[in-house]
Design a protein around this ligand. Structure first.
Ligand code: ADP
Ligand code: MG
Length: 411
């Protein structure tokens, strides 16, 4: 799949941009703070409806435009996308309205609109229209950062190709909030015992689907990542894998046998029960029953997919805690290359690759491995401050574009 044209209005430091994009590799180069990362972010945002940084969407609007006196400010991102099947136009609007108030304080409201082929759709329906794999230098935080980081990665990646997962997740989060509200009420001594089971039942139903799909996703992604890491990145010396850590057991449980508390056994158990969501539901329901007293005391649901995690394992140890910086970087590279293969296998389309300043950090062996993926991709957009670090051979195949202060010139 590839994007033929990208149009940006009031997005970050792009006031107005109309850009034709070719197939093959495109190298965006220029000094720092000119808009290279912002351009990758725009494409990623259209693909996932999320920014790679977990910040507030209103900040995506161009600052100058957002501060103007205009009653309505609209940021627009539009991409024309070509796949083997069809050509589509994917659009996102960021809308900021000023509501007049008594005081001189300005009161803003911010909302987003999604359009597919010029027709308004739900944000969720945009997912899958563009499929991307984004690789940022800070991705190493997937190893060292918080579980929330890793859940976010899992959710965004899986949502790009699995609409059922995405819908289920969104419903799960709503039901979780409702259940937690009832638990808080009960913690304060108000009634809730009769409505709690209604939310618990829904939570069990939705949560089981999430557990199962995450287990399958991580098992498949792990297989690809492990192979690439072993064969292409460490010359057969090291073997890593991704381990799903579902919160399908209580942290300390006197009731459950040890085999039910071991995360490794649990993720295998989920894998062997693919397609048997009743069995998983039954187990999740039993667990929620077991943790009920704790949940009421805390006023929150303490088990379930919203507390999941996953980790990189090297010889049975967590790479995040024990790996060297170099080992961690190699693992992330393997993960990204694994993601490309996994996505291509699932969808039958090659995703668009977005590589932000990552090539500079790699040694020769790993750079060559990554660039071989670039040469197979239908479209790749890479950024660098210095095009000189690429080989002439690579530069001959790439389209070069200079980025300067929110403007792009094709060289
Ligand atoms: N909402 C915004 N409005 C205008 N400018 C922004 C906005 N958000 C970030 N910027 C500017 O964008 C620039 C950073 O762009 P970036 O794409 O990260 O640069 P680089 O070329 O180094 O990758 C900075 O100058 C920053 O001030
Ligand atoms: Mg940058």
């Amino acid at each position: 799949m590839h994007i033929t044209h990208l149009s940006l209005t009031n997005f970050r430091n792009y006031g107005r941009l109309e850009l034709d994009l070719p197939q093959g590799p495109t190298l965006l180069y220029g000094n720092n703070a000119q808009g290279k990362t912002n351009l990758l972010e725009a494409i990623y945002y259209l693909a996932t409806t999320r920014s790679p940084h977990a910040d507030n969407d209103a900040q995506l609007l161009n600052w100058d435009a957002a501060q103007s006196e205009e009653p309505i400010v609209v940021g627009r991102l539009v991409a024309n996308v070509v796949t083997a099947q069809q050509t589509r136009q994917v659009e996102m609007r960021l809308i900021q309205e000023q509501k007049p108030t008594v005081a001189r304080l300005r009161n803003f409201s911010f909302r987003r609109e999604a359009l597919l082929d010029r027709r308004k759709v739900r944000l969720m329906d945009l997912l899958g229209a563009i499929q991307v794999v984004l690789f940022l230098p800070e991705d190493v935080q997937l190893l060292t950062g918080s579980p929330a980081n890793r859940r976010r990665y899992m959710d965004i990646t899986l949502c790009q190709i699995d609409p059922v997962y995405c819908r289920t997740l969104s419903n799960y989060n709503k039901v979780l909030e409702q259940r937690n509200a009832v638990l808080r009420q009960m913690a304060e001594g108000q009634p809730g015992r009769d409505i709690l089971p209604i939310y618990t039942e829904k939570l069990v139903d939705l949560g089981s689907t999430i557990f199962l799909r995450r287990a399958k996703f991580l098992a498949n992604l792990s297989r690809e990542t492990q192979r690439i890491h072993y064969e292409s990145l460490t010359e057969g010396r090291e073997s890593i894998r991704l381990l799903y850590l579902p919160r399908l057991s209580a942290k300390k449980s006197r009731l459950a046998p040890p085999s039910e508390q071991n995360p490794e056994a649990l993720s295998e158990w989920l894998e062997t029960h693919q397609g048997q969501s009743e069995i998983v539901s039954e187990r999740f329901a039993r667990l929620l029953h077991e943790t009920l007293a704790t949940d009421i005391a805390r006023g929150a649901t303490t088990v379930g997919p919203h507390r999941d995690d996953w980790s990189f394992q090297l010889n049975g140890r967590s790479l995040g805690s024990f790996g060297s910086r170099g080992q961690q970087r190699t693992a992330i590279l393997a993960l990204k290359m694994g993601e490309i293969n996994w996505m291509t296998a699932v969808t039958g389309e090659r995703p668009i690759l977005l590589l932000d300043e990552v090539v500079a950090e790699l040694d020769e062996l790993r750079r060559a491995a990554l660039l071989s993926y670039v040469s197979q991709a239908t479209q790749t957009i890479l950024t660098a401050t210095d095009p000189g670090m690429f080989t002439d051979e690579f530069l001959q195949t790439a389209t070069r574009m200079a980025v300067e202060n929110g403007r792009i010139n094709v060289m």
